[in-house]
Write a protein that binds this ligand. Structure first.
Ligand SMILES: *Cc1c(COP(=O)(O)O)cnc(C)c1O
Length: 351
């Protein structure tokens, strides 16, 4: 048992955003050197931004409230009003950010639809607008890695997309909320992914367990534009070093252990794959997410929901007979066993 669980009894499989800070983060927060970040003199924020930029191989970084704010500021800094951006149909900026890119950046999304949510170089080339007085200008490609369906885009596709974008003078932004998971899965450095982008947003507050924040990285000019916009939307913060201190622990420590979460996810998937009435594609479990479908005739879902309550298991409601389970720092192997056991006991034709 992780000793520092602070008396939390529930086993929370809903997301990796539920990760509360570790004891080391709480200590770091207590001892953080702070300044006023709007004046630009909070040393801990500066340290976090510099470390993030260095780790991702970019010139500069900017500490922001959330991944949503990071994507908004990035796309805003890269584009002008009325331009068009190529992105994916299920991408977070399309589905989960209240159309901020339309409301605030005033750009138009040109969405690519593929079943696995991948975007390929030919999609970019095909969908760039011609230089025609009637049409908007295409100026940016916005990608996601890892994808929210749990898949990771291989480096060769990242590279080919980047080269295609550059051939036509387009910028590339990456929503890398879980870029450290993607790098873990690809067994590469985050830099190897980030080299095929002009900017990246990543979250400290998901699998990296910090209580707050994301960082965007890119060149200095891009970061300065984003910094001005951040102030405009009320995102200039004062003693933000309290939060950045947790972010530093997240970057230094938590990025190195994500393979444990991935192994737990694989373990759950491979155990569930053995069950008649549960369908899971083990090959598609590439990060810390497992999606499994149940057969209504063979699985008592009502009982499962009740048993989860009794066993203190938290899981999001199913969608079209499909559940998503997410592993993270506060989930251990024995918690996975409890989930598997609970699922097994809800099969109708147990032998
Ligand atoms: C979580 C997430 C975000 C947004 O992060 P918040 O901090 O929740 O605003 C953006 N993109 C992807 C792919 C995400 O998973």
């Amino acid at each position: 048992m992780r000793k520092e669980k602070n008396g939390m009894k529930s086993v929370d499989f809903r997301s990796d955003t539920v990760t509360f800070p570790t004891q080391e983060m709480r200590n770091a927060m207590m001892n953080a050197k702070v300044g006023d970040d709007v004046y630009g003199d909070d040393p801990t924020v500066i340290e976090l931004e510099n470390l993030a930029a260095k780790m991702l191989g970019k010139e500069a970084g900017l500490f922001v409230s959330s991944g949503t704010m990071g994507n908004l500021l990035s796309i805003w800094a890269h584009t002008n009003r009325g331009e068009e951006i190529i992105t994916g149909w299920h991408n977070h900026i399309i589905v989960h950010e209240q159309a901020g890119i339309a409301q605030i950046c005033q750009v138009m999304p040109h969405v690519i639809c593929h079943e696995n949510d991948f975007i390929y170089p030919e999609d970019i080339e095909k969908n760039i607008r011609p230089d025609d007085i009637h049409e908007p200008k295409t100026t940016l490609v916005s990608l996601e890695n890892a994808l929210s369906n749990g898949l990771v885009i291989p480096l060769d596709i990242m590279k080919a997309n980047y080269e295609m974008a550059k051939k036509y003078g387009l910028k590339v932004h990456l929503d890398g909320a879980r870029i450290f998971n993607a790098a873990t899965s690809l067994k590469c450095d985050v830099k190897d992914i980030a080299q095929y982008t002009d900017s990246v947003t990543f979250c400290l507050s998901k699998g990296l367990a910090a209580p707050y924040g994301s960082v965007i990285v890119g060149n200095k000019e891009f970061i300065e534009r984003a910094r001005r916009h951040r102030k405009m939307i009320g995102g200039g913060t004062r003693q933000a070093g309290m939060m950045a201190a947790c972010g530093l622990v997240a970057l230094k420590k938590m990025t190195k252990r994500l393979k444990e979460d991935h192994a737990n996810a694989k373990y759950i998937a491979s155990e569930l794959a053995k069950l008649d009435g549960i369908c899971v594609d083990v090959e598609k479990v590439q990060i810390n997410m497992v999606f499994f479908k149940f057969d209504k005739k063979k699985f008592n879902d009502k009982k499962f929901v009740e048993l989860c309550k009794t066993n203190n298991l938290l899981i999001n409601p199913s969608n079209d007979c499909e559940y998503r389970v997410v592993t993270h720092y506060w989930i251990e192997k024995k918690d996975c066993d409890l989930l598997i056991k609970t699922i097994k006991s809800c099969l109708k034709n147990k032998k």
